[in-house]
Design a binder for this molecule. Structure first.
Ligand SMILES: O=P(O)(O)OC[C@H]1O[C@H](OP(=O)(O)OP(=O)(O)O)[C@H](O)[C@@H]1O
Ligand SMILES: Nc1nc2[nH]cnc2c(=O)[nH]1
Length: 187
């Protein structure tokens, strides 16, 4: 008999009906425009090597890239620790950085959310090992709580601050769903 996964994977419409918009599409777009202005005003020694952190960083990277006027290259890294859960687990690496993409070059990591910071700090550490000329991180949202890395690591560029709730939309998923929404929702 087929396994019934319905309690783990709710109907997409049900998720949306039980959620509220916490950041509107307009406010997300404005925040991304401001981030683009800040990044465009930086001075880099060479084309900026942008790394989108998959999967969540995809929406943010796509929206930001079209507003960047400086020369960039685009690549991706893939590490995940939430899967279909709303609590973080151990970090799993799927695509790691390579020395030739990083050594002596200005690097920018793009991700959707800085929550407990474990993912981005681990990715930045892995990249730092290849000695970039500079390394900066930009995130669409920073979740507002005190459970941040003890090292003090944090992204240089932050678009929005969000309350300590599980959120989705703008690249962020709820059990794999709704990364495509242009506003930010909370359950
Ligand atoms: O700051 P943290 O508490 O470490 O959480 C932030 C990370 O969690 C999400 O990734 P997830 O593991 O859900 O994978 P995904 O990008 O495929 O959604 C998000 O995209 C960040 O990379
Ligand atoms: N979708 C989503 N992914 C996350 N990863 C870390 N925190 C969150 C969150 O609130 N929502």
């Amino acid at each position: 008999m087929a396994k019934d996964n319905s309690s783990h994977f709710p109907q997409p419409d049900q998720v949306l009906n039980h959620a509220e918009v916490i950041v509107s599409e307009q406010d997300v777009d404005n925040a991304i425009s401001k981030l683009a202005e800040q990044i465009n005003s930086q001075h880099y020694s060479a084309p900026l090597q942008i790394f989108c952190i998959m999967n969540g960083g995809l929406y943010f990277a796509g929206q930001l890239l079209r507003l960047l006027t400086i020369p960039v290259t685009v690549n991706y890294l893939h590490a995940t620790r939430y899967g279909d859960k709303t609590q973080g687990q151990e970090l799993q690496w799927l695509v790691k950085p390579k020395a030739e993409d990083i050594h002596n070059q200005p690097i920018m990591l793009l991700d959707d959310i800085f929550d407990e910071g474990i993912t981005l700090e681990a990715i930045a550490k892995e990249c730092e090992a290849f000695k970039p000329s500079s390394l900066q991180c930009a995130v669409l949202v920073d979740k507002n709580h005190q459970r941040k890395p003890e090292s003090g690591f944090k992204p240089e560029f932050v678009g929005l601050s969000v309350p300590d709730r599980y959120i989705f939309g703008c690249g962020m998923d709820y059990k794999g769903l709704w990364r495509n929404l242009p506003a930010i929702y909370a359950i």
